[in-house]
Design a protein around this ligand. Structure first.
Ligand code: FES
Length: 137
């Protein structure tokens, strides 16, 4: 079987699909090669990701990766969510075929992009590469 049960589950029943109208951070990323696009919306309260939604126009692995990523960061502190790696997403999905690893990279990038947007909006840090809020204090 090419795809794990976890991947199939999150592909067929993606969690947290949708839009947050008054999002505190929005990130949109795409992969130029496959053309897939992922958009993530964050609601942040007291430095914690209180809600997260996504829309992914892409392959099944990208949908599963973004679904899993949103589940993983929900309830986390922003700096924890910023540290989410594609490897962690892939492991939580119990593996992805090697030609589909970039789909999990897209999920990591979408989360980082949304947090970067949150930082920019709040003047907390210029980019997602900047020192995380906690360390900067
Ligand atoms: Fe490109 Fe999955 S094939 S994100």
């Amino acid at each position: 079987m090419l795809y794990s049960d976890k991947v199939m589950d999150h592909f067929l029943h993606p969690r947290n699909v949708g839009i947050i109208e008054d999002a505190d951070g929005v990130g949109e990323v795409g992969n130029a090669v496959c053309g897939d696009i992922m958009k993530i919306y964050l609601k942040i309260d007291d430095g914690v990701v209180s809600d997260v939604k996504f829309h992914t126009f892409g392959c099944g692995s990208a949908i599963a990766s973004s679904s899993m990523a949103t589940e993983m960061i929900k309830g986390q502190r922003v700096e924890e969510a910023l540290a989410l790696s594609n490897k962690a997403v892939e492991e939580a999905l119990e593996g992805l075929p090697s030609q589909k690893l970039h789909c999990s990279v897209l999920a990591e990038e979408a989360v980082k992009s949304a947090i970067e947007n949150y930082y920019e909006k709040n003047g907390l840090a210029p980019t997602a590469d900047a020192v995380p809020v906690e360390a900067a204090q």
